[in-house]
Design a protein around this ligand. Sequence first.
Ligand code: AMP
Ligand code: MG
Length: 639
Amino acid sequence: MERKEFRELITSEDARRIVNQIKVLSGTEFVHVGNATGRILAEDVLSTVDVPAFNRSVKDGYAVRARDTYMATEPEPASLRLTGSIPAGCADSFFVNDGEAIEISTGAPIPEGSDAVIMVEQTKQAEDIVQIYQPVHIAENIMRAGSDIMKGERVLRKNTRLGSREIGVLASIGKMEVPVKKLLVGIISTGDELIEPGTELQPGKIFDANSYAIAANVEECGAVPRMYGIVPDEEKLMEAALDRAIAECNIVLTSGSTSAGIGDIMYKIIEEKGETLAHGIAIKPGKPVVIGMINGVPTIGLPGNPTSALSIFNEFVAPIIYNSLGVAPAFKTRVSAVMGTAIRSGGREELFPVGVVRGRAYPADKTSGAITTLADADGIIEIRAQTEYIEAGSPVEVTMFGNARSPDLMFVGGQCPGVDLLEDLTGKMIRTLNMGSSAGFTAIAGGTTDIAGVNMPDAQGEYNLPVIRKMGLTDVVLVKGYRRELGLIFRPSAKVTCFEDLIGMRLINRNRGSGTRTILDMEIGRLAAQKGISRAELAKSIEGYNSGSKTHRSVCDAVKDGRADAGFGLRAAAEEAGLAFLPVTEDEFDFVIRKDVLDAEEVILFLSTLNSKAFSERLPAGLRTYERTGEMISSFEMG
Ligand code: AMP
Ligand code: MG
């Protein structure tokens, strides 16, 4: 099949110029004040009532005539006759005469005849006599009708974004139906591989993340998303979906299928139906972006990768929405950070996804195309085309995705339920990148994590320390963690009585670089030695040996649904999945921590939690603390 090459990419400045000129007309609708958060007011709102609607007391005390109190002093109090009591919300009418007082609550209407309220603290009451110890002046402690909001007053201006404060104002004037702008943004996800979240995941498929992420972003901008669901990579179907969306919406967004690949036909449809304003922007990841206009409806094809889709949305779609709604781009939350590690770029301007942990920005682009990147990215930094290298420690500005809360601690390494427990017990938010022990060591060496979680033995079975020595890591400490029971995981129906039974079963292995995989290799080596053959030879005879699943949980999933017969991993994971477990060995799961974060409050808490009784007691089956738990090794003889 013929592959269409990209036309000339336009510069990001030109793309910005194009989108800044696009403005569409929005409609108006009335929504209940309870559903108006984030929407944009379509009209000025004038109050039809006074707030408060009556003169009211701002203190608990007594409604009096001020002149009756003018002579009152501590030693010679004025005595007034108590004639009644007015609670808040009371609608009865009362009258205060000379020499009288009426008890009154905060928020209650001031009775006729009274012109001041004396606070209860400056009085003493006995039977129906109130002693007043201090004078009050006229109007003291009285809030006059309309002093907050006056009838006829404009309380909110057209084009105001409705947040908690504005919603409160609307409710306080009794306005329940609010006129807001209705800018409908149609959203179409394309791709044969997509399925609807909430349905069962099929082999080779991924859940459609973009429809929901983009819809949320549209809402955050103050517009109204309308989802058209998933459309397969088929020209006729895509065309039909686009036709519908364009007929119904003010703006249409698609994601996926924008690169010039086979079956990627989005741009072609825009070309045929309307006018293409840009096909590819010279910004990373803007290459697969189409900006077009079909029947006056801006139609933008976003990249399929979810992080890319959101980055491009923020940069080139949000401005169109803001222009059309007549609001300032209020939702760009920028935070200052310093680069936690150096990054290379260059050639093209770049929207570079980063995670932000305690003010340090880390690259989050480990594998473009992975949804996990979206989970690990808090925002993007904009890198200019001329910038080739950003040094670690350089200040950067991060444009956050929505109002993401950035985590307190960064963890890279092997997946372990013990780490989940540490996160729960510390109450801190730990970003865990479960990529295996080797990735943990690499990240700690590169300064891209605070903590690495590792279980990597050397040939003699010594855990982790030899790796630190070999890598020459000097600015870290090793903190001994806990021991974990590892063994064969299989369905309860299978007959497995010893490690050797693995031979003849289909294995789901862990990823290369995982400590657990290395430990399995050692066990395979031991068995091979008994049989008098090489480890490689024995490994080759095990079906599935070359597979690589990233977590203990995903190993269990594969065994559970029959994709494999056996896995090697944690008892805790096997039990959680309802699978059978044959213990084989125990490993040591440790933490490597950068010295420069040892003083951080979050790290101190992490370590004290590791040493706590609560942690020992609540560890899941097969995990146990031991005499070395919490031991800190900080100097290493380099080998
Ligand atoms: P495409 O632009 O169609 O080549 O897609 C690029 C990458 O993004 C592919 O790995 C797609 O599977 C992925 N992708 C496309 N659309 C979506 C979506 N709606 N949700 C999650 N991932 C997607
Ligand atoms: Mg696709």
